[in-house]
Design a protein around this ligand. Structure first.
Ligand SMILES: Cc1cc2nc3c(=O)[nH]c(=O)nc-3n(C[C@H](O)[C@H](O)[C@H](O)COP(=O)(O)OP(=O)(O)OC[C@H]3O[C@@H](n4cnc5c(N)ncnc54)[C@H](O)[C@@H]3O)c2cc1C
Length: 428
């Protein structure tokens, strides 16, 4: 733990204050009632999203004699991929993006516990949850992201209710769409995106496209200003610019190198670089990010205090033994923070956990990622990458990926097929 206790508690709130106490004082975790006494070899998985569900399922598929307990705070999961289509009015509701965990249990014997993980005791190999403590032989941590809101002056607990991020799919996604629906025609939407790295590099540009799509259909006198903290568009630049010119001339106002440093919810304004006030009728404020709170409070983040360093073959933390970190929370070299990457990382992590628990050789990562982005209700673009380990780092295999040649309806069909398959992989 390198963050000082006071700023840490302020940062993460009371739930994580418990986590901090548990992490600093292992006895606090062991003093809790044990809810699932361990009888054999056990892997505990934290998080039932893109990474956690896959790790849980594939460990059971690799060795059914290993007990797998997956702990998730919610009784369902809503996918961020395709949530921008809901915001753009293309999807009626979030039901096509929602999965349950019953089949992971029925088909694979994964034991699903709905609870909040509040602390990890790495030395004692146990986690504290809102329901009691659970022991493990190995732990997989896939908690996704949380926000570095302390970097935004004026941001407090109620800010996302006024300026939603909608960067975790669910109530925030519903709120942003509702705000767009309630906005007057002729209004201004402001979207603020942080410096990379963040969850889903093309996501904010797809979000901008889908909001522009909504405005064009329903509020044609309105516009959207995209405040990009980065010096330039970080993903699929040529394709996004082409699509915006084709469909949204005069609707999208892209501004590079505009880092929001403060928020003023009373006046519905954001402050760029501490000087320039920009007002919006709707403000979609996506704050800078770090690994999910539990990874931070357990001391799994590296010197940057943001992301978790891992062994690139096994995804075992380089800080705490027997704990593996996958998905957005991990530092996976050239692999982007995406659902597809989380799925690939979870599979190689699962194979290697099974190997390590059975005294077998580990397998090196061969990873794949494709990220689709919609520009309209029918047209999409994609970027693909293939990844391997070289000199202890995950690198992109040269000339093995690239972007789609143009905007196309076929890419949209591929995207729908991708979503259907990956959600089925997570839930059946
Ligand atoms: C708008 C948007 C569009 C996107 N589009 C794409 C796309 O098209 N393709 C793509 O590949 N990726 C896309 N992504 C990125 C993708 O959603 C993430 O990269 C992916 O979800 C990461 O998986 P994860 O397992 O790390 O985290 P998540 O999928 O977020 O799962 C984390 C889970 O852990 C749970 N959790 C966290 N902490 C605790 C705790 N303490 N106790 C109990 N449970 C806990 C959470 O409730 C959550 O269910 C998009 C993201 C956004 C925001």
């Amino acid at each position: 733990m390198t963050l000082d206790r006071r700023s840490f508690i302020k940062l993460l709130g009371s739930a994580s204050a418990v986590a901090l106490a548990g992490c600093a004082g292992a006895p606090m975790v062991s003093a809790m009632p044990e809810i699932m006494p361990k009888t054999g070899r056990r892997v505990v998985v934290i998080g039932g999203g893109y990474g956690g569900t896959i790790a849980a399922k594939y460990i059971r598929m690799g060795d059914p004699s290993i007990e797998v307990v997956m702990i998730e705070r919610n009784d369902h999961f809503i996918s961020c991929p395709f949530s921008n289509l809901y915001i753009g009015g293309v999807l009626k509701d979030l039901s096509p993006l929602t999965i349950k965990y019953d089949k992971l249990a029925a088909n694979h014997g994964v034991k699903v516990v709905q609870a909040e993980v509040t602390a990890i005791d790495a030395a004692g190999k146990m986690v504290a949850t809102s329901k009691g403590r659970i022991s493990y032989d190995r732990l997989v941590v896939s908690p996704g992201i949380d926000f570095r809101t302390e970097e935004l002056e004026g941001y407090n607990a109620s800010t996302p209710e006024i300026m939603p991020h909608a960067w975790k799919a669910g109530p925030q996604t519903l709120l942003l769409r509702k705000q767009l629906e309630q906005m007057k025609d002729g209004g201004t939407v402001v979207l603020s995106m942080p410096l990379a790295p963040f969850r889903c590099p093309p996501g904010p540009y797809e979000r901008t496209s889908m909001i522009a799509y909504y405005l064009k259909q329903h509020k044609p006198k309105s516009k959207i200003i995209l405040l990009d903290a980065n010096p330039d568009i970080v993903s699929k630049k040529g394709l996004f610019l082409k699509g915006w010119k084709k469909h949204y001339e005069g609707i999208i106002d892209y501004r590079a190198a505009k880092k929001v440093t403060a928020v003023d919810t009373k006046n519905m304004a954001v402050l760029v670089d501490g000087v320039e006030d920009i007002k919006g009728d709707v403000i979609n404020l996506i704050p800078p990010q770090r690994a999910g709170g539990i990874a931070v409070s357990a001391g799994l983040v590296g010197e940057d205090k943001k992301w978790c360093p891992v062994n690139v073959t096994t995804f075992e933390s380089t800080i705490h033994k027997n704990i593996h970190v996958i998905g957005d929370a991990s530092i996976a070299g050239a692999m982007p923070k995406s659902g597809y990457s989380a799925n690939a990382e979870a599979k190689v992590c699962a194979i290697n956990i099974v190997a390590l628990m059975n005294g077998r050789d580990t397998t090196e990562l061969s990873g794949l990622n494709v990220c689709y982005s919609f520009l309209t209700n029918k047209e999409a673009v994609s970027v693909a990458g293939v990844y391997k380990v070289a000199d202890g780092k995950i690198i992109a295999v040269p000339n093995a990926g690239g972007v789609s040649p143009d905007l196309s309806e076929l890419e949209a069909v591929y995207a729908e097929s991708w979503l259907k398959n990956i959600l089925a992989d997570m839930s059946t």
